[in-house]
Design a protein around this ligand. Structure first.
Ligand SMILES: Nc1ncnc2c1ncn2[C@@H]1O[C@H](COP(=O)(O)OP(=O)(O)OP(=O)(O)O)[C@@H](O)[C@H]1O
Ligand SMILES: [Mg+2]
Length: 435
């Protein structure tokens, strides 16, 4: 049997090694780490079940096809329970086992890909970093919302972590082991978006050569993320409204009504209230999406998270910690206003690590625009453009700026300026600054 399979499969282009005893087979598998194993149940020393258990201990994902004789079907089923991929009964045709081998390898290939994508998804989004009050509130809200299963609307400026938050909700929900499917509603033209969301039947339009499941079907029992949903065309908004109300829809070109159990999370960085008033977003859809609302705070309103995030990204992009960041550089980063929020910060760190040739990151390793922008804010704060300014004027400007930068929180502003809160209040009064 070994000889016959080896010569037949070698001809197919497979690399084959064989063993005629169980223990020998285990050793061989450990040594060569094969892509799959064909295993007889009956062998001279230990039986195939024992070998299977041993192989699975060593590599839980290894595909194994069991060879059984008539009357040992029960044992074959037992083997499947332990993790064999398939079994074949003697006597069999070579063509038969070739098909099974192909399928087993294909399946294991798919499993590898799924694992890879899962890992990449986790890495792409990462975890939520942030200890500021604003972020603590968001994290708490995410945990609370996750358990409820209701529709969630996540708003926030570009790069504030809306997608990260959506995935976090999914992972903390009881749908965590079911699919998380994201659709970027702004990236596709209307017709494509419809077939992407709801699928289509064969022949529904030119190019629809076969039936295709939509994202809503793929997300069944799991979560769908409608990313940048504020940008959806009005006609799609009507269709989406129906799914949210009735949890059912038809594929494009189809008549069958499909029911799904999907949790919906929508994100947007546009002001939906404004969009409603100018007619580009449906009010009824807004209320359907806005069952629970999470607003991601911009980074400039939680600057105390910057050092934490910087270290997080240094860790991510320089895991062996070859480079450090100078305190001057860190200070520069906390003075910038981050219009692109966390994504921008992440890019700046990644870039600095590449640009920096020495062991310590300095402000010079940051983009010019970033440095210029800090310069500008400082200059305008000092009002240097006006010729002649008094020390008092300068102090007044700095105080106002400090308050602005700290969301009008006096304690924080005082800390920022390095003075006590009473001192700050005294100065505010002195300069007649009203809050
Ligand atoms: N709190 C956080 N901690 C760590 N990394 C974060 C955090 N928030 C966001 N990020 C990272 O910042 C980047 C942007 O996040 P995300 O894609 O979720 O933003 P977004 O709000 O969807 O942006 P856009 O509106 O541009 O689509 C991602 O790489 C993400 O991993
Ligand atoms: Mg996004």
């Amino acid at each position: 049997m070994c000889w016959a399979l080896e010569s037949a499969l070698s001809q197919e282009g497979y690399q084959v090694t064989t063993a005629t005893r169980g223990l020998q087979g285990i050793d061989l598998a450990k040594e060569t780490d094969p892509s799959m194993v064909i295993l007889d149940l009956k062998m001279p020393d230990i039986d195939g079940i024992e070998v299977l258990k041993e192989l699975k201990k060593f590599n839980p994902n290894i595909p194994v096809i069991m060879i059984t004789a008539h009357g040992t079907i029960d044992t074959a089923i037992e083997a499947m329970k332990i993790g064999a991929t398939d079994y074949i009964t003697k006597p069999f045709k070579l063509e038969e086992i070739k098909v099974q081998i192909k399928q087993a390898l294909h399946l294991s290939d798919l499993e590898d890909q799924v694992n890879f994508l899962r890992q990449e998804l986790g890495e792409r989004y990462g975890k939520i970093v942030g200890q500021s009050e604003a972020m603590k509130e968001v994290t708490l809200l995410i945990q609370q919302v996750a358990k409820t299963g209701t529709t969630v609307l996540i708003t926030g400026e570009s790069g504030t972590g809306k997608e990260v938050a959506a995935l976090e909700i999914h992972k903390a929900s009881n749908r965590a082991d079911k699919p998380f499917v994201a659709v970027n509603c702004a990236a596709l033209p209307e017709q494509l978006l419809e077939s992407e969301l709801f699928g289509h039947e064969k022949g529904a339009f030119t190019g629809a050569t076969s039936k295709k499941k939509g994202r809503f079907e793929l997300a069944d029992k799991g979560t769908i993320l409608l990313d940048e949903s504020g940008e959806m065309p009005l006609s799609m908004q009507v269709k989406l409204l129906r799914v949210l109300q009735e949890r059912c829809f038809e594929r494009v070109g189809g008549t069958e009504t499909i029911h799904v159990d999907v949790r919906v999370i929508a994100t947007t960085n546009i002001d939906l209230i404004k969009a409603i008033s100018n007619g580009s977003f449906r009010e009824d859809l807004y209320y359907r999406l806005n069952v629970m609302h999470i607003s991601m705070p911009p980074l400039r309103l939680r600057k105390e998270d910057i050092p934490l995030l910087v270290n997080h990204f240094l860790d991510k992009f320089d895991p062996s910690h070859n480079k450090k960041i100078s305190s001057e550089a860190m200070k520069t980063l906390t003075r910038y206003n981050w219009p692109g929020n966390i994504r921008e910060l992440q890019n700046v760190i990644e870039r600095a690590l590449i640009v920096c040739q020495s062991a310590e990151i300095q402000p010079t390793h940051f983009p010019k625009e970033l440095l210029n922008s800090i310069e500008e804010t400082t200059t305008s704060a000092l009002n240097l453009s006006e010729s002649g300014f008094s020390l008092q004027e300068l102090e007044k400007h700095l105080i106002i700026k400090a308050l602005e930068n700290n969301n009008n929180n006096q304690t924080k502003a005082a800390k920022y300026l390095g003075i006590t809160r009473p001192t700050l209040l005294y100065r505010l009064q002195k300069y007649g600054v009203k809050l």
